[in-house]
Design a protein around this ligand. Structure first.
Ligand code: PLP
Length: 425
C-alpha cells in the first residue's frame, strides 16, 4: 500500500469583515424576537435550573396527537408511489392539485358561492400570510385585533407598512382592542379606515369566535371604507356555536372585500406535514379594478412551487367522508381538553374566556403582568403557558392555555394548577 503523506498547512484565520450591505431597516424595528422562540428560551433556562422538572407545555399551540389513520394511509400510498415509475411525479401546479382545490371547495365553500379556481393550496396559513404581504407591498395601512396572532403585525412591520415600536405598539398600526369589556369585538364606530384589516375568528389567543352579527358589521365596515379583510379561519372547525360563522363568506358581500386563509394544521395534526389554503374571490378588486386573484396567482407562481404532493394526498383524504369523520374526532378530542382546562380555571375562581369555540383558554390575572404570571406558573407548576401580552398590548393581564396536549398531560397540569392556585377563592 502506498504511503500517504498528510501535509498540514497552517493558515491564519481570515480577518472578520463586515459587508457594506445595509440591514433591512424594517427588520430592525421588530421587538425582542418572535414570541415563541422567547418562550422556548425561558423553558430551556427553567429546565437547566431544575433538571428533574417534568415540564408540561400548554404553550406554543402545537398539536400532539397522531394523524388519523385514513389520512396517514393516503400519505403512505403517495410516498410509496414516488418510489415507482408509474407513481412518480415532480413539480405540480403552484396553486395545488385541481382535485384538491375542488374537494376543499366542495366541502367548505361551495355553499357560500366560492369556486375551486379561487382556492390556492399551500404549505400553510402562516406562509400564505407572508406571501399576501408580498402581494400588498409596503404602501398599505393596516389594522388588526389586539391581541392577535403575532404574524400579522410582524409581517406588516417587515414589509415596511409601519413605523417603529413606541414601547407599546408599532407606529401606524391600528390596534383594535378586543377585551372582555367589548365582548372581544372592536368598536368599529371608532375605528379609523385602513387598507387592510387582519381578523381571526375563532381568535388566537382569546378563543373568542365572532357572531354573525359581529362579522356582518365587520364586512359592512370594510365595504363602506373600501378596505380588504384578511380573514384567518385556522380554527373554524372548533366552532360549536351555530351563531358563529365558520367562513367569512357566509356574510353576504364578503366576497368583494375579503380573503380567507385556513389550514389543516389544527384540524388534522398537519403542523409538521404543512398544508393550508387561501381563498381569493374573483370579485375582489383593487381601486384600479385589477382583480386580487390575478396578483395572488402571480405571487404564488413566482415565489412558491406548490405544496408537497404527499401532503396534498393527505389533504384530499381529510376531505373524504372517512377522513373528515376522523378529523372531526381529533378536533373533538382537543375541544374536550379545552373544556377540562376551562372548567378547572373556573372552579378555581379565575375569570376564563375562550375554550368553547376554540382550542385556547384565555385566563385573566387582573392587575398582573402576563410575563410575571407566565414566570410564576413555570416556576411553581413546571407548566409552560403563553403570556397574553406577547400577542399585543391588549393581551396584558392574561395568559393563554393551549388545549393541544395529550390527555394525561392536561390532567396532570390540572392537578398542578389546583395544588398551587386551588385556594384562590
Ligand atoms: N393562523 C393562526 C391564527 C394560527 O394560530 C396559526 C398557527 O398557530 C396559523 C395561522 C398557522 O397555520 P399554519 O400551520 O398553516 O402555517
Amino acid at each position: 500500500q502506498a504511503r500517504r503523506t498528510l501535509s498540514v498547512q497552517c493558515v491564519a484565520a481570515p480577518e472578520q469583515v463586515t459587508t457594506r450591505v445595509q440591514r433591512n431597516k424594517n427588520i430592525g424595528k421588530l421587538q425582542a424576537g418572535y414570541l415563541f422562540p422567547e418562550i422556548a428560551r425561558r423553558r430551556r433556562a427553567h429546565q437547566e435550573a431544575k433538571p428533574d422538572a417534568k415540564i408540561i407545555s400548554l404553550g406554543i399551540g402545537d398539536t400532539t396527537e397522531p394523524i388519523p389513520p385514513f389520512i396517514v394511509e393516503a400519505m403512505k400510498k403517495a410516498s410509496e408511489g414516488l418510489g415507482t415509475l408509474e407513481g412518480y411525479s415532480g413539480y405540480g401546479a403552484e396553486q395545488g392539485k385541481g382535485e384538491l382545490r375542488e374537494a376543499v371547495c366542495k366541502r367548505l365553500y361551495e355553499k357560500v358561492g366560492r369556486k375551486p379556481s379561487e382556492i390556492f393550496v399551500s404549505d400553510g396559513s402562516k406562509c400564505d400570510i407572508g406571501r399576501l404581504q408580498l402581494m400588498f407591498g409596503a404602501d398599505m395601512t393596516v389594522a388588526l385585533q389586539d391581541p392577535a396572532y403575532p404574524v400579522y403585525v410582524d409581517s406588516s412591520v417587515i414589509m415596511g407598512m409601519t413605523g417603529g415600536h413606541n414601547g407599546t405598539g408599532f407606529e401606524g398600526v391600528q390596534y383594535m382592542v378586543c377585551r372582555p369589556e367589548n365582548d372581544f369585538f372592536p368598536d368599529l364606530s371608532k375605528a379609523p379606515r385602513t387598507d387592510l384589516i387582519f381578523f381571526c375568528s375563532p381568535n388566537n389567543p382569546t378563543g373568542a369566535a365572532a357572531t354573525r352579527a359581529q362579522l356582518t358589521s365587520l364586512v359592512e365596515f370594510a365595504r363602506a371604507n373600501g378596505s380588504i379583510i384578511v380573514y384567518d379561519a385556522a380554527y373554524a372547525l372548533y366552532i360549536s356555536d351555530d351563531n358563529c360563522p365558520k367562513s367569512i363568506y357566509e356574510i353576504p358581500g364578503a366576497e368583494e372585500v375579503a380573503i380567507e386563509t385556513c389550514s389543516f394544521s389544527k384540524y388534522a395534526g398537519f403542523t409538521g406535514v404543512r398544508l393550508g389554503w387561501t381563498v381569493v374571490p374573483e370579485q375582489l378588486r383593487y381601486a384600479d379594478g385589477t382583480p386580487l386573484i390575478q396578483d395572488f396567482n402571480r405571487i404564488m407562481t413566482t415565489v412558491f412551487n406548490g405544496a408537497s404532493i404527499i401532503a396534498q394526498a393527505g389533504g384530499l383524504a381529510c376531505l373524504q367522508d372517512e377522513g373528515w369523520a376522523q378529523m372531526l374526532q381529533l378536533v373533538e378530542f382537543y375541544k374536550e381538553n379545552a373544556a377540562i382546562l376551562r372548567k378547572t380555571f373556573q372552579e378555581m375562581g379565575f375569570t376564563v374566556y375562550g375554550g368553547e369555540n376554540a382550542p385556547y383558554v384565555w385566563v385573566g390575572f387582573p392587575g398582573q403582568k402576563s410575563w410575571d404570571v407566565f414566570a410564576e406558573i413555570l416556576e411553581k407548576c413546571d407548566i409552560v403557558t403563553t403570556p397574553g401580552s406577547g400577542f399585543g398590548p391588549g393581551g396584558e393581564g392574561f395568559v393563554r392555555a393551549s388545549a393541544f396536549g395529550h390527555r394525561e398531560s392536561v390532567l396532570e397540569a390540572v392537578e398542578r394548577f389546583k395544588a398551587v392556585y386551588g385556594n384562590k377563592q
